[in-house]
Structure formats: structure tokens, C-alpha cells
Design a protein around this ligand. Structure first.
Ligand SMILES: [Zn+2]
Length: 269
């Protein structure tokens, strides 16, 4: 199967990468889909019965602000301590030297594609990025880069943050520029949306679906649309049941890092 996929890559000119949690998991970014693993990381949240979906919500920023910011501050520090794995570099290398044009559409908020060197105008972070902030209000549609680590003070024992970042326009509290659960206040990223829309106006001849989970199938449905119009989809996922939506014949039951390394080795230089 690696050889068949390598042949598709060798012949492709315009390629779309759809990446999700499984791509970042190999870099040490927790997915929080597994409730027990999440509770283990955050005993104070277990005591208060605060689930990940509740904390990642505008409700939490209004009602349990210190815990909500603590959750994101912890994740910023975790992403900062880890690094994008070699799979990101391989994607960048292919984008740079092999394909005529390519684009990354990711549901991950760790910013790892851009951090690894993918040109920012070739990335759509559909759920936002933890490295940008916006007003909690919000008082405007503005958002801004914020790469400081640490950003807030964080009491790890109580999982409570303090000294929150502020909105430069109205001095109220800022929040991550991330699409949360039940979120009507996320201001979006119109420039990234335009870039993605422009890329998809022309034909794509190969699609990668990496590390997707059925829980948030945004990328699966994009992949399915392409597959239905005859474009081959390479699905890279440790869990074969993750192929249920797109149902492609090109399924690599592997971790993202391992799959890109094997595919790169199998390519003619
Ligand atoms: Zn504001």
C-alpha cells in the first residue's frame, strides 16, 4: 500500500492535506477525547466535574474564568515544550519541491504547521490557533498574535490561572482565537478562509486525510466530497474505523509521523 500511495504522490500536482488530532498526537499533544486521560492530567477539574468540552467554551470563560484560562495556558505550555515531528517537515518539503501547489486545512489549534515552516498563506486553521487571541466580548472582529510562554500565571495544583491577557482596544479580558464548543463569539480568520477558498477553486488531484476522529468529522466530509468526484484520498489513521466516512481504498493504518517517513522513503528522489 505504501508503494501505491507513493506512486499517487509522485504523480500529483495540486495536493490538499487535511490534518486533525492524530497528526499532533505523535508530537505529544494530548487529544482530550479520552476522558480518563484528561481527568488524570487535571485532578482539580475531576473534583469539580468540569469536562474538557465545558472548559473549552465561552460559558467557561464567563463563569469559571480561572479554570478556562488555566486549561488553555496549560495547553500553550505543553505545545511550547514539544515540537512538530518529522511528518510536518516532510509535508513542507513536498510542498516546497514536489508539488505545483498544495494547501493544509487543519482542525488542530496547536499552530504546528506554521511553526514547522508551512507558509502561513497555505494554511487554514479551521478551529483557530492557541497562538492568537481575540477580545472575550468581543468588542471587535480583531485578533492578534500572542506567542508568549508563559502568558498567564498558572497554579498547577488548583489548575487556576491569573493575570489574564487583555484586549488592547477595550481593556477587557482576551481569550484564545479558537472556535470553542457552542461558540458564537469566535471572530474567525477571513484571510485564511479566502486563501483556502482560492486554492479549492482549481482542481485537486490528491487528498491526504490524517489523524481524523469521528467525533469532529470536519475534514472527513471535505475528503468525502473529493473522493466522490474521483480524487484519490490517502487516509492515515491508527484506527481503521476512522475510514468509515470516507471509505477510501488507500488506508494506511499507521501513526502520522511513521506514515510520512515511509512514504517519503518510497518516493523516487
Ligand atoms: Zn475588546
Amino acid at each position: 500500500m505504501i508503494e501505491q500511495c507513493a506512486e499517487l504522490i509522485a504523480n500529483a500536482e495540486r495536493v490538499l492535506f487535511l490534518t486533525s488530532a492524530g497528526m499532533s498526537a505523535d508530537s505529544g499533544i494530548p487529544t482530550f477525547r479520552d476522558k480518563e486521560g484528561y481527568w488524570e492530567n487535571f485532578p482539580p477539574f475531576k473534583e469539580k466535574g468540569l469536562e474538557a468540552q465545558e472548559l473549552a467554551s465561552p460559558w467557561a470563560f464567563q463563569n469559571v474564568l480561572s479554570h478556562a484560562w488555566a486549561f488553555y495556558e496549560w495547553r500553550r505550555r505543553n505545545a511550547h515544550e514539544n515540537r512538530p515531528h518529522s511528518g510536518y517537515d516532510i509535508i513542507n518539503h513536498w510542498m516546497d519541491s514536489r508539488f505545483d501547489d498544495a494547501f493544509v486545512h487543519t482542525t488542530n489549534t496547536d499552530g504546528y504547521h506554521i511553526i514547522s515552516g508551512t507558509p502561513p498563506d497555505k494554511v487554514m486553521e479551521v478551529h483557530g490557533s492557541m497562538w492568537r487571541l481575540q477580545c472575550l466580548g468581543p468588542c471587535s472582529r480583531d485578533f492578534w498574535d500572542e506567542n508568549s510562554v508563559p502568558l498567564c500565571d498558572l497554579d498547577y495544583d488548583r489548575m487556576e490561572a491569573s493575570n489574564y491577557p487583555q484586549c488592547p482596544h477595550c481593556d477587557s479580558i482576551a481569550r484564545p482565537h479558537i472556535l470553542m464548543f457552542g461558540d458564537w463569539d469566535y471572530v474567525g480568520h477571513s484571510k485564511q478562509e479566502e486563501n483556502f477558498s482560492r486554492f479549492t477553486r482549481q482542481a485537486v488531484d490528491l487528498v491526504f486525510l490524517v489523524g481524523s476522529s469521528g467525533g469532529v468529522p470536519t475534514n472527513d466530509f471535505i475528503a468525502l466530497q473529493y473522493k466522490d468526484s474521483g480524487v484519490p484520498v490517502i487516509n492515515i489513521n491508527l484506527d481503521p474505523s476512522a475510514n468509515a466516512i470516507v471509505n477510501t481504498e488507500y488506508l494506511l493504518t499507521m501513526k502520522g509521523k511513521e506514515a510520512f517517513e515511509q512514504l517519503d522513503s518510497a518516493l523516487p528522489s
